[in-house]
Design a binder for this molecule. Sequence first.
Ligand code: F6R
Length: 620
Amino acid sequence: MCGIVGYVGHRPALDVVLGGLRRMEYRGYDSAGVAVLDGAGALTVERKAGRLANLEAELDKVGRESITGTAGMGHTRWATHGAPIDRNSHPHRDASQRVAVVHNGIIENFASLRAELEADGVEMASDTDSETAAHLVARAYTDGDTKGDLAASVAAVCRRLEGAFTLVVTHADQPDTIVAARRSSPLVVGVGEGEHFVASDVAAFIEHTREAVELGQDQLVVITREGYEVTDFHGDAAQAKPFTVDWDLSAAEKGGHEYFMLKEIEEQPEALANTLRGHFESGRIILDEQRISDQDLRDVDKVFVVACGSAYHSGLVAKYAIEHWTRLPVEVELASEFRYRDPVLDRDTLVVAVSQSGETADTLEAVRHAREQKARVLAVCNTNGAQIPRESDAVLYTHAGPEIGVASTKAFLAQIAANYLVGLALAQARGTKYPDEVAREFAELEAMPAAVQKVLSTVDQVRDLGRRIADSKAVLFLGRHVGFPVALEGALKLKELAYMHAEGFAAGELKHGPIALIEDGLPVVVVMPSPKGRAVLHSKLVSNISEIQARGARTIVIAEEGDETVRPFADELIEVPAVPTLLQPLVSTVPLQVLAAEIARTRGYDVDKPRNLAKSVTVE
Ligand code: F6R
């Protein structure tokens, strides 16, 4: 969702800020804006609804050369309060036009703050909650104890705000300073030579520095050319956590690929290998930040996996493995539903919160609810230091690298692998698997990057198929056992990328309703289990395919190499390498990602930035 960048240094701020906004486009947005301080007391603000290109065209009209200055900030907005139109775009200013503010999150008490300001005679220029912050900072800066002190003014305002927010604030009187603050919304500082940055994520400044500082909850930072200073909202010095970003600019660039998603699909073997690396040492599975004791893991009597979208599907896949390996009951639940239904949780419940971004508001709230109920929370996350891992008792990081395409691909595969490591860690602690069995399962996981690489070498056939079925009205996906969540994931990918009606079903459910949807020529993708691994499931699924084929469906079958029984029932056969049953999702998902991307591309859609979607969903 909203992307924020702020800069103070020696380069032209407009270029740095626009570069940062470009790198955060993937977060999803519907308007963009910049503010630049010229050092002589002028504050220039430009903002525009729509893509960044609209803002750039506006800047060209105004004349970019006229916007000089080495301090500034920018924002890409994903609308919550107020339509995505020019006047609701950020930055917002106070009435004197000396203060500019960009905001990510939702100010929950904005209605009462707005009423208070209006009663004071302030005229609002937008429909947003964010604008209130600009007026409040201006008021604090002009009057009272905080007069003339920008950091203290911002801190005073933060103390009054309810909800989640990242704020970045400038004042024309302080052209060499930018103040930023956060609560339950991301903010990192970039530390360069004679320059500093603040941003929603490191992608915004990775081109300039890999040295970063992660701000804690309710912290405020003042950046200048020379340094940065972190305090709490009462002005007391506070500790923030420095870290070095372990990927570089090339990871955040397309590297010759037509779109990020294709690059990320191809990076899956590496993402899997990096996620597994270092997690099996001296015969034991090791998590990253384990603040749960082995005894507590032994005491676990129930597991919940909570997540959204693709991350939820990774949990559905993992349920089969975790239950099989640990004999613990595993419930997989949509994070947005979890806390509203009063789930049964206690200190012996392990809640696994899976999130690529680590920012997803629904998952974060589920984590908070679980911890309030005394459950232990283990986060599986792809973003170092994000809010979800910060608030969890243990963390296992996926090392998929930055995922820029809005549709999750490499992070999804890495989540499955990480969830499996959690299952093995539980099995090890509880003694439901002998050490040699754990070692064998880990070795099978380690063979998966090569298997995924093999799938990638055959995707041309899938692309060709994608082009041929791109004008279909709908596509259905069927699977059984671990193939069922794969079917759900395939359907989700197609919906979000190609805006096509797509549904995933457990194949056994077909005759209980969905078979009525089958009509002549309807493409139905079937995810086959191995004929060797699960022979019963295999034969049942063969029957299901013949039933739909008899009713005119165009069957697209994803099956293990050499599975001859299925060939007569497949109008299109896509072969994937033979791997153990529980690991099949890691190979069978890949063709479905490619299929969705190719259909979207053929239909003329932006594969990396599907309409209405944001990469990290920071509102419930
Ligand atoms: C689908 C997709 C989304 C995310 C979901 C959760 O391709 O990307 O469904 O999986 O929004 O996001 P995270 O994992 O960041 O919590």
